[in-house]
Design a protein around this ligand. Sequence first.
Ligand SMILES: [Zn+2]
Length: 161
Amino acid sequence: MRVGIGYDVHPLVAGRKLVLGGTEVPFDKGLDGWSDADVLAHAIIDALFGAAVLGDIGRHFPPGEPEYRDISSLALLERAREKLKENGWRVNNIDATVMAEQPRLGDYIERMRRQVSGALGIEMDQVSVKASTSNGIGFVGRGEGVAAFAVALLEEVNESI
Ligand SMILES: [Zn+2]
């Protein structure tokens, strides 16, 4: 078994959709970035690559590449799943926390878990997503951005007996 950690931040700006865990959340701002800027999916991908010692998300899906412009990060999760498979790993479980002062995310957590688990080909009960605020402190507290943390546990496939 291998454990990995992921962390990501994107700025909240006007004129963008807010996509978290492959789920569009109604809000007057969205996250800015080269892809859909799904900060939760990105933290999860980094945790997965970290656990497999495959580098970081930028190495696999470099920003600036036309291929990744506005791409759904669920598609990136699917590609990460393929890369893990090629390297002999499968996902045991994921635990993630999204930190956003606004909007309230409680109503969207189940859908985020469904979307992420679907992209990774695992069960919903293998994906935990929690929402937190920053109690008004720092860039998250001021509503300047959204942060996400994730931990992933991988297990080796086809262990020799
Ligand atoms: Zn990102």
